[in-house]
Design a protein around this ligand. Structure first.
Ligand SMILES: [Zn+2]
Length: 577
């Protein structure tokens, strides 16, 4: 597909209608404005020009045409974005499909066949027990249809047979997680005699399934495993249906998809759930595109100390401060909302900040009048507080802690410093593992030509130990970040890049993350040089080769100096234009 065809595609699509799906736009003069979906803001600085068919945010500087918008919004490549738009607006495009994107499409299609099959089964004679079960849970037909609930019959192969009839290769159904491989060859259906909850992504593509058993046997819930289209860390159940209202209503994050469905059935449509995983930083970033009013809802029995700590974790790097509601013990959202919707609303309105919970919980378990307990409280809370990115909130928490303990804020700050620095590193870099650093570097390069330039000028590519990453980095340096979308890009590089890109753009301050990572990487490599010199020295020490010894000493001296100046060096290159 060439330039002219891309222009033709763009001419056929109105950017206003595409952007409106994600942003509430208001007409002002000749353009439309709204709250930017790419950065957090309270007054709109996101502009869409219906004449020029472009968008521009004056807050974060993001801008482009409708294709850029879809790429940015959904983390797609250029070609994937074009395919997505073309299929949504029924515009024929003609170009060689990339393997990756057409594969994704086939996955969506296979999952959609399965969803329709399960829905059909629920409506038919085999589904009577499941229908009875759902009715007992109070679900209306409208709710069942809206969530595309279904039933997997009690059979080993009814889904596989249907898929085969549709011409779906079993290998693909297996990759979707719909069927399981037998030890002696062949396949059987993953879901049998279960109520089925299809899982849709933000653009309403079917990406996976959950299945609930109807009696008391175990496991109560099973999900399809991850696949190229199903990444649990990135998907929230019901976000596709609720995204339009979250800006006004805020969002409640509940524990399971049955909770979400029950709430919607009672008219509460702003609830989402993770899929059996803890809320991740990706989830929080995804949600904060739509609202910064996030309420985490815990069942009374699961809201212990560890639950709270885990819950605050993904927010530390974000400006959003979540609120928390702990339901009365033994009650789930369904019990509450079914007795009275007002009661649910009241609970949500009374939600308090997660930090109130964390403080109360820690002060409840310890006796702050005792010295060792005071120390224990500090040891529990300070590491978490010191990892908060938002300086103002961090200061407020330090003040609160110092007041509650009757110590000076300075002494709390004093506790924070060593941990603060240490954990700051850990935040940018998931593991103190060089392989991971390399991964982070390449991930940053994939989204940003500035990062590519910096890595190039620092001459770090040769130092990447991981062969695949180093090959990918070398390609990026040759062709730029956009080179991945180039038709000449070798398939294995494109696939590898897509896998990394699937993690999304690096969260938080990218420039800082890049510089920190590169510094850390360089430091580790200099440190390993120093260790090698040290070893050689210990060998030479046993001989009387003074020339060699002096050489090594000098080399070590230089490396130590280099280590001390890593940051200056990286910063200097970064600031060069
Ligand atoms: Zn913006």
């Amino acid at each position: 597909m060439d330039r002219i065809e891309v222009e033709k595609l763009k001419a056929d699509i109105d950017i206003i209608s595409v952007v409106s799906e994600y942003v509430h736009l208001k007409k002002r003069g000749r353009s439309y404005i709204g709250l930017c979906p790419f950065h957090k803001e309270k007054t709109p600085s996101f502009n869409v020009d219906p004449v020029k068919q472009i968008y521009k945010c004056f807050g974060c500087d993001k801008g482009g045409d409708v294709i850029n918008f879809v790429m940015e919004m959904k983390g797609l490549s250029f070609i994937e974005a074009i395919e997505e738009l073309a299929s949504r607006f029924n515009i024929p495009v003609n170009f060689a499909k990339t393997q990756k994107s057409s594969e994704k499409k086939q996955f969506y299609e296979t999952n959609r066949y399965a969803m329709e099959f399960y829905e059909h089964m629920l409506a038919g004679s085999q589904g009577s027990r499941a229908r009875e079960y759902l009715r007992k849970r109070g679900l209306s037909d409208e709710t069942i249809q809206a969530f595309h609930l279904g039933y997997a019959p009690s059979s080993w192969d009814s889904l596989s047979r249907m898929l085969r009839k549709k011409g779906v290769p079993m290998a693909r159904a297996f990759a979707c997680g719909l069927i399981i491989e037998r030890n002696n060859g062949g396949y059987y259906d993953r879901f049998r005699d279960r109520v089925i909850f299809p899982i849709l992504d933000i653009s309403s593509e079917v990406i996976g399934f959950g299945g609930r058993i109807m009696d008391s046997s175990e496991p109560k819930y099973i999900n399809t495993p991850e696949s190229p289209v199903f990444k649990k860390r990135k998907v929230l159940y019901n976000l596709c249906r609720s995204k339009g209202i979250l800006r006004n209503s805020g969002v409640s994050v509940v524990e399971g998809y049955m909770d979400v469905v029950s709430l919607a059935n009672s008219g509460v449509s702003n609830a989402v759930a993770t899929l059996g995983t803890a809320l991740s930083e990706d989830h929080v970033n995804l949600l904060s595109r739509f609202t910064d009013n996030i309420t985490l809802v815990f069942d009374g029995d699961s809201a212990g100390k560890n639950a709270m700590r885990r819950a605050v974790e993904p927010f530390l790097n974000n400006d959003v401060l979540p609120k928390v509601v702990v339901l009365p013990e033994g009650k789930d959202p369904d019990d509450i909302v079914r007795s009275e919707t007002v009661k649910w609303d009241r609970l949500m309105n009374e939600a308090s900040s997660i930090w109130d919970f964390i403080f109360d919980e820690s002060f409840y378990r310890h006796d702050p009048s005792k010295l060792e307990d005071q120390n224990a409280i500090i040891k529990e809370l300070v590491p978490m507080i010191s990892r908060m990115r938002d300086q103002i909130v961090q200061d407020l928490l330090v003040q609160r802690l110092s007041v509650k303990l009757g110590v000076s804020p300075e002494s709390v700050h004093h506790q924070m410093e060593p941990q603060g620095r240490q954990t700051e590193d850990l935040m940018q870099i998931p593991r103190k593992d060089k392989g991971t650093l390399e991964y982070v570097i390449v991930r940053l390069m994939l989204f940003d030509d500035d990062a590519v330039r910096l890595v190039k000028e620092l001459g770090f590519v040769g130092a990447l130990k991981n062969k695949d990453l180093s090959e990918l980095a070398a390609y990026l340096i040759k062709e730029g970040a956009k080179g991945i979308d180039n038709v000449r890009c070798p398939d294995h590089i494109r696939v590898h890049a897509a896998q990394i890109k699937a993690d999304g753009e690096f969260p938080g301050d990218k420039k800082k993350a890049l510089i920190d990572t590169l510094c850390r990487f360089k430091t580790l490599s200099v440190e390993s040089d120093i260790r090698r010199i040290q070893q050689e020295l210990s060998v030479v020490d046993k001989t009387d080769d003074t020339v060699k010894r002096n050489e090594l000493l000098k080399e070590r001296q230089e490396k130590m100096l280099e280590k001390r100046h890593v940051r200056n060096y990286v910063m200097e290159v970064a600031l060069r234009k």
